[in-house]
Design a protein around this ligand. Structure first.
Ligand SMILES: *Cc1c(COP(=O)(O)O)cnc(C)c1O
Length: 385
């Protein structure tokens, strides 16, 4: 008991590194074993041999462990893992009734925008896509639309806009709406949206939480496990079966052991890259909340006290051709989608999204990894010259 108490008081870094301090009770192994069984035998009187093990859809110890580590990192009442970030988002959105109303931040992760548009059209849900980081726009839309749910992404991808979570939560709660925050770009190490009043925080764990570009996973956490919305989400996951596999959970837990360390290096590298780009004559603008020139730098510092993340966009002086030429010349930065992995990636978002979302043709998005900073800056320097 004393040992458990000590663990509960430990810093989130220690808990993540030690996967909550769990050791395999059978062997003393410091790494949890993979649970491969999907079903569990009963005693002759038909009672379960283990009360926590009936069928793998809900009874995977590694999924539970991963949920526990992440829920503690978010200081949450409860957490649920999903087989992808999109599955987590879909589970949240499915709580909105037909003919209900959703406010969705515009110009965010394209996969979210695309799926929510299709979903709302099918279900006759009123969808308002607005710039939620602008509090005047948000207040006005919430007042007139009376939404069931407000979904923001902060920092947003690829614009790196920062939304005031406390204000967005207060505005949402005034009309009885729930605030959901996609905090993927921050990770639980840099920001805890529930502490600012969000009802649900969402992560694509595919990104920095796993960090090695080899697992798809999603995560939701709530400040109130008894709330109607959370109960509906938990039931939906169980009944509809969008669960993470045991091996994926095992990989995810292994990846998380270095999350605090990786984030530290990524933030440091990204800040150096941002500063380099800001001073480069061929760069028109750098979008990174860590720069004092960012319009919400102070807010970002308040909401992300441990760093500004590994996502950064910049605009080159020129057009799509110029931006694509820079991308083509990069070698250390790999041309691939996704973010938050140990390896640095570059994306020309306009080539993917086209004109549907207003991403400028000269915008280049970077996900800065943990490589040596000289190689990253050297690569960018060559590509820009
Ligand atoms: C990747 C991503 C998602 C979707 O997550 P998947 O794990 O790819 O399904 C959602 N939001 C943001 C901000 C993302 O970067």
């Amino acid at each position: 008991m004393a040992e458990q108490q000590k663990r509960a008081n430990q810093h989130v870094t220690t808990r993540m590194v030690q996967a909550n301090g769990t050791i395999d009770p059978q062997t003393g192994g410091v790494v949890p074993p993979i649970q491969s069984s999907t079903t569990f035998a009963r005693n002759s009187d038909y009672s379960q041999i283990s009360p926590n093990h009936l069928y793998a859809r809900d009874d995977d110890d590694l999924v539970r462990l991963g949920e526990d580590i992440l829920a503690k990192a978010e200081n949450a009442d409860a957490g649920l893992l999903f087989p992808s970030g999109m599955a987590a988002i879909a589970a949240v959105m499915r709580t909105v009734p037909n003919n209900g109303t959703i406010i969705l931040q515009s110009q965010i992760y394209w996969g979210t925008t695309k799926w929510v548009r299709d979903f709302c059209a099918r279900r006759e849900i009123n969808l308002h896509e607005i710039e939620c980081s602008d509090m005047d726009v948000l207040a006005k839309t919430i007042g007139t639309a009376k939404p069931d749910l407000v979904f923001v992404e902060t920092p947003s991808n690829p614009w790196l806009r920062v939304t005031d979570i406390a204000q967005a939560a207060a505005l949402s709660h005034e009309v009885g709406a729930k605030l959901v925050v996609d905090s993927t770009a921050a990770s639980p190490v840099l920001s805890n949206p529930l502490a600012f009043g969000a009802d649900i925080v969402m992560h694509s764990a595919t990104k920095s939480i796993n960090g090695h570009s080899d697992v798809l996973a999603g995560f939701l956490a709530t400040s109130d496990a008894q709330s109607e919305i959370w109960q509906a989400i938990a039931m939906d996951r169980h009944d509809a079966g969008a669960v993470l596999g045991s091996f994926e959970a095992w990989l995810l837990i292994r990846g998380m052991r270095t999350l605090p360390l990786r984030m530290e290096r990524m933030c440091e590298n990204t800040m150096a890259v941002a500063t380099f780009l800001q001073n480069h004559p061929k760069v028109e603008a750098v979008l990174y909340p860590g720069l004092t020139s960012h319009e919400k730098h102070e807010l970002a510092t308040k909401q992300m006290p441990n760093g500004y993340g590994s996502l950064l966009s910049f605009q080159v002086k020129g057009d799509a051709k110029t931006a694509l030429a820079v991308c083509a010349k990069l070698e250390t930065f790999k041309r691939a989608t996704s973010l938050g992995g140990v390896e640095s990636l570059v994306e020309h978002r306009h080539s993917i999204e086209g004109d549907a979302t207003g991403v400028p043709e000269n915008l280049i998005r970077l996900s800065v990894g943990i490589e040596h900073i000289q190689d990253l800056i050297g690569d960018l320097n060559e590509a820009l010259s």
